[in-house]
Design a protein around this ligand. Structure first.
Ligand SMILES: [Zn+2]
Length: 445
């Protein structure tokens, strides 16, 4: 199908619609219409038969394509994307040393970021991701370049310069000056980018993880996040070797979560990646403090860090969404993350006897979209195709996930979503929009 997809709002699209709903449940319209107003907000969503005659006449007919909310990736490392798929089964600390740090070091030259950042945002959009919470590197100039690239591209992005004052990979910075310099650079970047383009861009204060940060850096970075209203993101409890190292470095802390708790780092604006091996005490503390977790199953199995007891966490009321963790995870696609996550949970059931309801394809769709928006505190703005929200959405061609060519797409929406997860095709996302503005990246048709 050769069509010119709308580039800017206003527009209307007629297609199959599938979305989680804020009030619970999932909406499926086999023949739906979605109207985006001139400000890029969803003005109408419903059956084509209920649309105004003008909207129906003006609508671009994309059937049998499917409109979904854009995917929300709550944990990714932008500069690592070129490594995606390499370094299988190195343990976390070895993988950082051999694969990741050399790549991140290359961003000491902002020209490298200038060249790569636009392609990285196109790759996220091509995978169907319209919002990303991402890490940069320790280099402030490269981070500024990455923000400027996100501003031009149109993706919704919350980004942060990595902070590390222990075992840092940038040999140029005098160690005794790192804390002060890193805080100043983070504050400058937050002042410049946090809330830019009417909130499309945001800043996340980003201490890498406890192993790379002194007590002072953790505490000062958390207080910077509070003072600026920015997010605070880091990693927790990913790998047994890492957890042992944190115990050695912070003997005064009760456990890994307590290291961040003592620093003032827990709360509703905090997103912790991984959190695989939490004790009951740690889980309870994250739930009580409203701290959010980015679940990155594709990364966890690629590195061999472990399998999250997701059912236990959800039962406890933890706010969990999905993250690609590229390039700990081998793909930017949240659809791929859903597949590995679903398979890993099935493995837990048979290997360790997890019980409770099995998460179905609609549950995974919700976790990749609306739950992601909720983890970021943006669920009133994005995450589902509902009137009044900003038009962050994707158009998917279901023929690419069919088992045989020229077979009609599944009538049953659960079956359709199941195929989008378990047979995700790298070219299936045909269009992606943020606030009704089309993003470069998805296949041009
Ligand atoms: Zn990570």
């Amino acid at each position: 199908m050769a069509v010119d997809l709308p580039k800017t709002p206003p527009f209307a699209i007629r297609a199959r619609l599938l979305t989680p709903l804020a009030a619970g449940g999932t909406r499926h319209e086999p023949d739906g219409i979605l109207v985006v107003d001139e400000r890029g907000r969803i003005a109408f969503v419903g059956p084509a038969g209920d649309a105004s005659p003008e909207s129906l006449a003006a609508a671009l007919d994309l059937r049998p394509w499917v409109l979904l909310p854009g995917m929300v990736d709550t944990h990714a490392h932008l500069p690592q994307l070129p490594n995606a798929g390499s370094g299988f089964a190195l343990d976390l600390l070895t993988w950082l040393d051999q694969v990741t740090f050399p790549t991140e070091r290359s961003w000491s030259d902002p020209a490298v970021a200038e060249r790569l950042a636009p392609a990285i945002f196109r790759a996220f959009a091509a995978a169907g991701t319209t919002t990303v919470l991402g890490y940069g590197t320790v280099h402030a100039a490269a981070m500024d370049v990455a923000f400027a690239a996100a501003e031009r591209h149109g993706i919704r992005a919350i980004l942060g310069k990595v902070m590390m004052d222990r075992g840092t990979y940038d040999p140029i910075i005098e160690p005794s000056t790192i804390l002060e310099r890193s805080l100043r650079e983070s504050a400058d970047l937050a002042a410049r980018w946090h809330g830019a383009d009417d909130g499309r861009l945001g800043y996340a204060v980003t201490p890498r993880f406890a192993v790379s940060c002194s007590t002072d850096m953790l505490r000062e970075s958390a207080s910077l996040a509070r003072a600026t209203g920015a997010w605070w993101q880091t990693h927790v409890s990913e790998d047994p070797g890492e957890i042992a190292e944190v115990g050695r470095l912070f003997p005064e802390a009760r456990d890994y979560v307590d290291v961040y708790d003592r620093a003032g780092g827990l709360g509703e604006r905090t997103v912790l990646a991984h959190a695989i091996h939490l004790s009951e005490r740690e889980l309870g503390r994250l739930v009580d403090s409203g701290t959010r977790v980015a679940h990155c199953p594709a990364s966890n199995l690629f590195i061999g860090a472990g399998v999250m007891p997701l059912a236990r966490y959800l039962d406890a009321g933890l706010s969990v969404a999905l993250g690609s963790d590229v390039s700990g995870g081998p793909e930017a696609s949240i659809f791929s993350v859903m597949r590995v996550g679903a398979e890993a949970q099935m493995a837990r059931r048979s290997l360790v006897g997890d019980e409770g309801p099995i998460l179905d394809p609609f549950d995974w769709l919700r976790m990749g979209t609306l739950a992601g928006a909720r983890v970021l505190g943006l669920d009133a703005v994005i995450g589902s195709l509902e009137e009044g929200k900003e038009a962050d959405l994707i158009a998917v061609d279901p023929s690419l996930v069919a088992a045989l060519p020229d077979t009609p797409a599944d009538d049953d929406p659960r079956d359709l979503m199941s195929r989008l997860i378990f047979r995700a095709h790298p070219g299936m996302v045909q269009g992606a929009w943020v606030r009704g503005r089309r993003l470069d990246g998805p296949a041009r048709r």
